[in-house]
Design a binder for this molecule. Structure first.
Ligand SMILES: O=C(CO)[C@H](O)[C@H](O)COP(=O)(O)O
Length: 221
């Protein structure tokens, strides 16, 4: 059966109780960690020491999403810190292929993210260097925004190329993902879903994770 991954974004967790918040999402497939620098996006979160501490302290794979400037220089350290995957933004890399190879050499899976205004065509020559593509379904920077349905066309476009070329690359969506729109993203071809406010805003994050997975599967008849 086709597998869907659900990764709660700890951007929506209580920052003063991160350890307890992680205990509430043990049913997840990964933990999504948004690294923001108040420069590439207008918000500030964590850095390398937090990712190292997360890698040491809990078992779920770390899906690290870099929303920082100068990613060519800064991304490799996040691979070394124990991340399972490191997602770089196309818009913040001078040489995405070089940075992907460096992330892989250091033991993590390289992934590439596209902001809403960035066309899929930027991936033409570089897609096969990555293990995952992230289609942002909100403008990066903040949790709790509304899902942009117009991004589904990008998901479809990428999924059809992956199918045509038989590429084993995950397709992630991030931003405004909820139980009532996740099936649309899955139908368009996404198989990896980041959800922040939907999971941490719930009284039962574990149940919400199952609900999201079930809703994603619902498009398969
Ligand atoms: O990358 C992000 C914002 O830039 C977050 O991961 C994302 O917004 C998740 O939060 P929510 O599910 O509440 O939209």
């Amino acid at each position: 059966m086709k597998r869907f991954w659900v990764a709660p974004s700890i951007l929506s967790a209580d920052p003063l109780n991160l350890a307890a918040e992680l205990d509430r999402i043990s049913a997840a497939d990964a933990v999504h960690v948004d690294i923001m620098d108040n420069h590439f996006v207008p918000n500030l979160t964590w850095g390398l020491p937090t990712v190292e501490a997360l890698a040491r302290s809990q078992k779920l794979p770390l899906d690290v999403h870099l929303m920082i400037s100068d990613q060519d220089r800064l991304a490799p350290a996040y691979a070394e810190a124990g991340s399972e995957s490191v997602t770089v933004h196309f818009e913040a890399c001078q040489d995405p292929v070089k940075v992907a190879r460096e992330i892989r050499r250091l033991g993590a899976r390289p992934a590439i993210a596209l902001k809403p205004a960035t066309p899929v065509s930027v991936l033409d020559q570089i897609l096969t260097e990555f293990d995952m593509v992230l289609v942002m379904t909100v403008e990066p920077g903040f949790g709790g925004q509304s899902f942009m349905p117009e991004m589904l066309a990008k998901v479809r476009q990428i999924r059809s190329r992956l199918a045509r070329e038989n590429l084993d690359i995950r397709l992630q969506v991030d931003g405004g993902v909820k139980a009532d729109n996740i099936a649309l993203a899955a139908e368009a071809g996404a198989d990896f879903f980041v959800a922040g406010s939907a999971v941490f805003g719930s009284d039962s994050p574990g149940l919400e994770i199952s609900r999201l997975r079930e809703a994603a599967r619902a498009h398969i008849h």
